[in-house]
Design a protein around this ligand. Sequence first.
Ligand SMILES: Cc1cc2nc3c(=O)[nH]c(=O)nc-3n(C[C@H](O)[C@H](O)[C@H](O)COP(=O)(O)OP(=O)(O)OC[C@H]3O[C@@H](n4cnc5c(N)ncnc54)[C@H](O)[C@@H]3O)c2cc1C
Length: 351
Amino acid sequence: MADFPADSIPDAKPSSTLERERANSPDALYDVLVIGAGPTGLACAIEVQKAGFKVVAVDKGCICNSLFHYPSHMTFFTTPELLEIGNIPFPSPNPKPTRNEALQYYRLVAAHYKLDVRQYERVESVAGADGHFMVHTEDRFGRRGQLKTRKLIVSTGYYDLPNLMHIPGENLSKVHHYYNDPHPYFDTDVMVIGGKNSAAIAALELWRSGARVTLVHRHEAMHRHVKYWIKPDIENRIKNGEIKACFHTEVVEIAEDSVVLKTPHGLQTVKNDFVFAMTGYHPDFSFLQSMGVRFEGPDKLPVCNPQTLESNVPGIFLAGVIVAGSRTNEIFIENGRFHGGQIARALLAQN
Ligand SMILES: Cc1cc2nc3c(=O)[nH]c(=O)nc-3n(C[C@H](O)[C@H](O)[C@H](O)COP(=O)(O)OP(=O)(O)OC[C@H]3O[C@@H](n4cnc5c(N)ncnc54)[C@H](O)[C@@H]3O)c2cc1C
């Protein structure tokens, strides 16, 4: 069995209280502050720290907060080695790791590198300019704080803001934009809206847990990008009539006990208890805009140098899925994890 060098064994202990207190002093000036401690933000913090910069990462939730809110029993689409960051192996007994394994892996990597991650602190606003940014935060009790930094990396992802349908009834408590667990929906009428992986997975899990599932999608069939091991499963359930599918159909209104559909044959009212609108998510463009980041084109691509990832605002770098604007299916963990290296090299070149 291979021996691991002592410093490559993940250490689950967080940084000491003393270090944290010193860093918390109002005068502490960081070289780099990373907003968002998802896989990309962590990869950025690691690479920048390895390059010799003093770095802090701030997240409004826990480490990898978006992954924490993914479906409880989800399996990634990617093999473990493509999710690795910081050159730390991701051991998994499964060909595709689970959400639980990924959460544990990223947590251990953060601990191994002794990253200074401030969890449960939302960045509210950023003031100042390159070399002297002031980052205003608010914790979960509404307490405000501020951190000073020379440079900023924004890796805030896209999972906080669902694409709304803007239809009557969308704000009813029975309508969910996040699917988590199928168990509460046994013996109920559930509608799943969407035609991609998330919709297919939710529909299948809900049906397997005893819900009566209707899948509604505005196009003629499930999306061609549905993974090759999921597509036949959902298509066969539909063919067998186990999951009812309404293609070329849109939901136009949601009421307490029903949903109104616009079908090729006219309006139809369907009995319904719960709705899962798996209609995608988008980055917080207004947050980026508040820092002066500009966007281009219908996909709202943020203006940034593709080599350095520095945005049109000097000193503000973008990383992860937000770099692709609303084309959220172009950057994921697999490729976003390399943004940290790009930014670290750019920072070294600027120094
Ligand atoms: C169900 C599902 C399955 C997926 N499977 C795969 C897969 O198999 N392989 C793959 O490569 N990708 C997969 N993806 C996509 C992948 O998870 C995302 O692309 C990836 O998480 C993006 O990483 P990120 O670090 O850019 O953003 P995120 O992981 O979303 O991290 C952003 C972080 O920023 C924090 N944040 C946001 N705003 C603020 C603020 N104002 N202040 C402080 N913190 C803030 C959030 O809390 C969050 O922790 C999947 C996505 C979903 C939804």
